[in-house]
Structure formats: structure tokens, C-alpha cells
Design a binder for this molecule. Structure first.
Ligand code: TYC
Length: 102
């Protein structure tokens, strides 16, 4: 069918955008003083890892300087960071945990 303007018709498909909440990476940072076993315990306790997973991630942080230990909504990520920082301070370890937008 002609539309009468002599131009080719262009059909543009619209795709409904599904809104997803932004996600945040929780990062564990290496330091020289926090005992390895303490970090393993933190990863088990606050990130639901089994011992083997926790040990592996702890070693990655130790060797590379940092690692992502989980990805969460803003609220959950903030809670994890606070829990880890409070727990580390209670035990007088300098362990640092932060979050960043994915
Ligand atoms: N580097 C620490 C040590 O040798 C161990 C450690 C691992 C500390 C991971 C922090 O996030 C960390 N005792």
C-alpha cells in the first residue's frame, strides 16, 4: 500500500523497558592484620558461604587485594557492610568492607 509521500515506510518496534532496581557489589578489602580465619568466619556468617567457598574467596582477597563477596539491593548491601564493619570492630580487626554500584 502507498502512503502517498513517495518515501519508504520505516517501522520502529518499541520494546517495553522492564525496570530493575540497581544492584550493588559488596567488596571485601585486604589488610595485613585481620586473621585469615576471621575473614573466613565473616564470609560464612554474613554471606552464607560454606567453608570451602569462604576460604577460596578469602584467599582471593588476600592475593588480589579485594574481591566481590556478593551482589545485593542497596538496602541489603548496606546492611551487610554495617554488619561486617561492626563485627570486625567488636573483635578489634581493621577489616574493611564497602559497596559500589554495579
Ligand atoms: N591478609 C590477611 C593476613 O595475611 C588476611 C586477610 C584476608 C585480611 C582477607 C583481610 O579481607 C581480608 N592475615
Amino acid at each position: 500500500k502507498k502512503d502517498g509521500d513517495g518515501q519508504a515506510d520505516v517501522v520502529v518496534k518499541t520494546r517495553p523497558k522492564t525496570q530493575r532496581p540497581p544492584l550493588y557489589k559488596v567488596l571485601m578489602l585486604n589488610d595485613d592484620y585481620t586473621p585469615m580465619e576471621f575473614v573466613v568466619h565473616v564470609l560464612e556468617r554474613f554471606f552464607g558461604m560454606n567453608h570451602a567457598q569462604a576460604f577460596e574467596i578469602m584467599l582471593t582477597v588476600h592475593k588480589k587485594g579485594l574481591a566481590v563477596v556478593g551482589v545485593f539491593s542497596h538496602e541489603i548491601a548496606e546492611t551487610k557492610v554495617t554488619q561486617v564493619m561492626d563485627f570486625a570492630r567488636q573483635h578489634q580487626h581493621p577489616l574493611q568492607c564497602t559497596m559500589e554500584r554495579e
